[in-house]
Write a protein that binds this ligand. Structure first.
Ligand code: MG
Length: 283
């Protein structure tokens, strides 16, 4: 019995050695044979297409690179934010927000179900923190009791950089460059993809801020891409400037700015729009 076991061990050991030699030979063949060129590629070097002008690569490894490393982000599952997100509102408090007018406490109504609602006589609220380029996730709904028409039903808005309004509105007949998902007074949405009034909508956006030179002249426009309930409604749209109710877009130079949520209405009577699950990732 003992002899048989010893033989078995010897055979396994010999096979292992053989496998190792074969693998080692393969590497040698690759380095010294037809793949010599690939072996000389520095895997830490970022390869640029222009470096290949006039020389078509003949080996797959010539067009592969390994740095900079790609960060791992734990995705938010079942409505929770990704691991690297800045959480601006998770339903617990309004600590990340202040009144846009007074800069005091943001006294919108906390509903206890993870949402907050625009309150009469409080006005718009803004983040304490400033941001530039962002990926933004935000959920909103209007009140089922909204009875208005045109711009007076479920009107709110999300101001990027504190000055470029993405319109929040019920699905209603109004000017197309003021419909829900529009860059207000500039870019109509590609589609209306609203949930029924009183149900939650989701906006996912990618915003790139405009660039200004040292003389405060705009040298590159901001852009916005928006998915409304998963449907693309802005496709890398150029933001022409500010989004006033009256007047053309203006282009004052600016750096990072807050996110503002609009309380839209007159004389304390506002559209009672609610928000929840607000987070962003800085790009
Ligand atoms: Mg609005």
């Amino acid at each position: 019995m003992k002899k048989t076991s010893s033989m078995k061990i010897k055979i396994i050991f010999s096979i292992s050695i053989l496998i190792c030699i074969l693998i080692s030979c393969q590497d040698t063949i690759k380095v010294n044979g037809s793949d010599e060129k690939a072996a000389s590629v520095d895997k830490d070097t970022v390869i640029r297409h222009e470096e290949y002008t006039g020389t078509e690569p003949t080996d797959p490894e010539e067009t592969e690179y390994y740095k900079p490393k790609v960060p791992r982000v734990n995705p938010g599952l079942e409505g929770s934010p990704p691991s690297d997100a800045v959480v601006l509102f998770d339903g617990k408090d309004l600590n990340q927000w202040i009144s846009a007018k007074t800069k005091n406490e943001a006294k919108w109504t906390l509903n206890g179900d993870g949402s907050m609602t625009v309150a009469d006589d409080v006005g718009s609220i803004m983040t304490k923190q400033n941001f530039g380029d962002i990926q933004l996730h935000i959920e909103w709904k209007s009140s089922k009791e909204e009875k208005g028409e045109g711009q007076h039903t479920g009107n709110s808005g999300i101001f990027l950089n504190g000055m470029y309004e993405i319109q929040v509105l019920n699905d209603t007949d109004t000017y197309v460059n003021g419909m829900v998902g529009s860059v207000y007074k500039q870019g109509p949405p590609l589609a209306i993809s609203s949930a029924p009034i009183g149900e939650w909508n989701v906006f996912d956006m990618i915003y790139h801020a405009p660039k200004f030179n040292r003389d405060d002249e705009k040298i590159k426009s901001g852009t916005i891409t928006i998915f409304h309930n998963g449907v693309i409604v802005q496709d890398h749209t150029e933001i022409k400037g500010t989004t006033p109710y009256i007047g053309w877009p203006k282009n004052p130079a600016h750096g990072n700015g807050p996110l503002i949520l609009q309380a839209h209405g007159e004389k304390g009577q506002v559209s009672h729009v609610s928000y929840r699950n607000i987070w962003l990732r800085e790009l």
